[in-house]
Ligand binder design. Structure first.
Ligand SMILES: Cc1ncc(COP(=O)(O)O)c(C=O)c1O
Length: 477
């Protein structure tokens, strides 16, 4: 049945139209209002959207030209996974902008800068020179050697090229690492607030995410004692993200040493250190790779990539480094999954690492701009009654506690109950797209991405402040 569907131009056209109507791009009746008239009422709950999409597909099959029923069930593994809210909100905001509604988008997790020209040129030259074939599964020797050099010089960790696997982005590197080391029932320890994908990836490999809460008053840094209390023989992987998405917190070396001492007491426990925001860090904060600490090299998988520091999100290039045994397992998974990353992007990656220590001037000018924006936002929201802030030390996100505004009733909108309804209110009333903290495991907060120009941020702050003033904090802090 599905063959006839795919072979039929009519069938394809029908499905394409349905996807568009469901809000993936601008709908026919979405002009003039930002209340998503073309989307289901709970616009952030993609569960409902997914359900609609599925039954639409079924209808297209049975209602179009083939009456045979289709089993629309999905694997329980996939059913257990939540779709990414950051992607959903970014898509929604983009659809609104395309519909002519002037939404300021501060939801996305990508730098607003262009890839530095010298990197882009390397990619263009790769195409011109016919460097367009499969590369070795783990990545080219040229790129893996450059990564080894970088990790030694900048992070103080020594690897050989066979201890590196290059993938289509750090996201793939992390997922493959989980597939490689977790068995069913293993526990993956994740400090909250966390990057949205960690718990879902753990679920996808049949592991159990164990969430470790942190607090804004302690800069969202994990308390080693809390970590210790959560560890047992099922604990397999501790995921660290520093600088952090969504909080911008940076783990100081001393705290990492304390964590390392606790980890070292548990023979089964490995660490996955996600260092993708490493270069976007604001002095005096400094980055420490946990693999460089005594006893940690053997049990750490270090993940990094090109998306954030080099503004290369679309090039899809990331990597993992670790002991040969684990990295060989990641390599095996990748060999049956996607094979090597793009040959063109790998050439660009070599050029990126050739920019010098920590990306040289090209990166430091971006970091200077991010810092200026961070300072502006911290000052602006710091002045606002009922908002709590922990000043981010890295990345390009501000994660602010706005829970004192929960409970407010807004005429024509309803009650602001949580981070999700607050963000929906912000999109409706202020036309600013933000991400609710509950997507990151902390419902008291919302995430503001400052990967936008200072003038855009100034406009956004005005709109947010105006919308918050309407609410007035229900409880003053
Ligand atoms: C903490 C963190 N890790 C990994 C990634 C994935 O990056 P990549 O684009 O290399 O897949 C992201 C992207 O948003 C991220 O925020």
């Amino acid at each position: 049945m599905s063959t006839s569907l795919h072979n039929s131009p009519t069938g394809i056209a029908r499905l394409a139209f349905r996807h568009q109507f469901l809000g993936r791009s601008s709908g026919p009746d979405c002009s003039g209002s930002v209340s998503f008239p073309y989307l289901p009422p709970n616009t952030f709950s993609l569960k409902s959207l997914e359900g609609v999409r599925l039954s639409t597909v079924v209808k297209a099959v049975s209602g179009g030209y083939d009456q045979m029923e289709v089993d629309s069930s999905l694997s329980p593994r996939v059913n257990a996974v939540k779709p990414s809210k950051t992607v959903a909100i970014t898509d929604q905001a983009t659809a609104l902008v395309q519909a002519g509604i002037p939404v300021i988008r501060l939801a996305a997790g990508e730098p607003d800068f262009d890839t530095p020209a010298v990197i882009a040129e390397a990619g263009i030259n790769a195409i011109r020179e016919g460097y367009t074939r499969y590369t070795p599964n783990a990545g080219t020797m040229e790129l893996r050697s450059a990564i080894c050099h970088k990790l030694k010089e900048e992070n103080g960790i020594t690897y050989t090229p066979d201890q590196i696997v290059v993938s289509n982005g750090a996201k793939q590197s992390i997922y493959q690492a989980l597939l490689a080391v977790c068995s069913s029932g293993d526990e993956v320890i994740i400090p909250a607030p966390f990057w949205v994908s960690y718990p879902e990836m753990a679920r996808l490999v049949d592991a159990t995410p164990v969430i470790l809460p942190t607090s804004i008053s302690k800069n969202f840094l994990m308390d080693p004692k809390v970590l210790e209390s959560k560890l047992n023989e099922k604990s397999r992987l501790l995921i660290l993200c520093s600088p952090s998405n969504p909080t911008g917190s940076v783990y100081p070396k001393k705290l990492l040493e304390e964590i390392a001492q606790i980890v070292a007491k548990h023979p089964r426990l490995l660490v996955l250190s996600d260092e993708i925001y490493e270069q976007i860090i604001y002095a005096p904060a400094t980055h420490t790779s946990i693999a460089s600490l005594p006893g940690m090299w053997e049990r750490t998988l270090t993940v990094n990539g090109f998306s954030k520091a080099f503004a290369m999100t679309g090039w899809r290039l990331g990597y993992i480094a670790g002991p040969t045994h684990f990295i060989a397992a990641c390599n095996k998974v990748q060999s049956q999954f996607t094979s090597g990353a793009s040959s063109i992007s790998q050439k660009a990656g070599v050029a990126a690492l050739g920019l010098g220590y920590a990306g040289g001037e090209a990166i430091s000018s971006m970091v200077t701009a991010f810092r200026e924006r961070r300072d502006f936002l911290v000052k602006s929201f710091g002045e606002l009654e009922g908002v709590r802030i922990s000043e981010p030390q890295g990345a390009f996100y501000l994660f602010i506690d706005v829970s004192s505004y929960y409970g407010a009733e807004v005429e024509g909108f309803g009650k602001i109950e949580n981070s999700e309804s607050l963000c929906r209110y912000m999109l409706d009333e202020a036309q600013v797209a933000l991400v609710p903290g509950d997507a990151f495991g902390d419902d008291t907060c919302i995430r503001i991405s400052y990967a936008a120009s200072l003038s855009t941020l100034q406009a956004a702050v005005e709109r947010i402040k105006k919308a918050l003033r309407v609410l007035r904090p229900a409880v003053l802090v």
